[in-house]
Design a protein around this ligand. Sequence first.
Ligand code: KG4
Ligand code: ZN
Length: 344
Amino acid sequence: MNVLGIETSCDETGVGIYCASRGLLAHCIHSQIEVHAEFGGVVPELASRDHIRKTLPLTEWALKEAGLNRNELDGIAYTAGPGLAGALMAGASIARSLAWSLDIPAVAIHHMEGHLLAPLLEREAPDFPFIALLVSGGHTQLVAVEGIGRYQLLGESLDDAAGEAFDKTAKLLGLPYPGGPELAKLATRGDPHRFKFPRPMIDRPGLDFSFSGLKTFALNSLNVFDMEERDEQLKADIACAFEEAVADTLAIKCRRALQETGSRTLVLAGGVSANQHLRRRIDREMQKMGARAWYPRPEFCTDNGAMIAYAGCLRLMAGERAEPAFGVRPRWPMGELKPPTVTP
Ligand code: KG4
Ligand code: ZN
């Protein structure tokens, strides 16, 4: 079964083709950084228009790369939410029209399910069940994963997502969009001992997070200094302390989640899981407790079409088909997901 996956939930157009027997055949990502950079963040209308421009050319490219023609596709998966309404609608309309014209089934995929399954695209991959830490621009969640569509939310951020905190802190340090990777780059030149940021909510029981205070802490740390004192080193030192606090907090809560559930397998996914400092910190924590963490390759941490093709392939193989009428779900709690439903 060859499945085309289309991802257009935010500021990246991603297309992938996954084959049930041969694995990932092709994938490509078009980033909209250039479109949004001058505005310092994602402009939804510009995002939708760019997805409309790029989705079909990327699909043609992926088909060629995979050595397939359109008629050899057996199904089309697309991100139906959560995300920006217009951006989702662009991908959904193209995916559904293409599926209709080729007379093949379509399947609507939850963006975070795509992220969650991305580490399973690797040759060496963990087995169900596992605990997943989803850390993206919009979500920070700890989830107990029993199998496809069998997800139990253990904890989540009560305010900013980890990626959002990275992006906002980057902005107040004067770094360009997209902030997370820029802040991580700057942090490598920072002194980890100059500032000590708090580790939010670690003294409270439970597995929830709160990251908005760290951004304020960064702002207050910066404001102690006069404008002329705010040099690159100061910003790097703040970035370093911020990154350390996020990584430490996430690692502590991951340890707690594994302890509470008795699991020894942790999966990290979502844009922030590309962060090298976080990976090292999590690996240290896992080593201490005889557990193991699994990560997607860096290009599959952030938004991509491969993860949607893969999730779609699993659901289509299990017999799921999208309803004839379609819409998108800009807000779509992951708890509403179910195992694949067989459509007669
Ligand atoms: O998963 P993703 O591509 O999109 C969402 O579903 O939100 O995640 C994007 C988020 C952004 O907040 C971005 O700044 C953050 O992931 N991010 C990073 C890194 N790479 C991406 N944050 C920290 N370090 C990175 N290396
Ligand atoms: Zn994402």
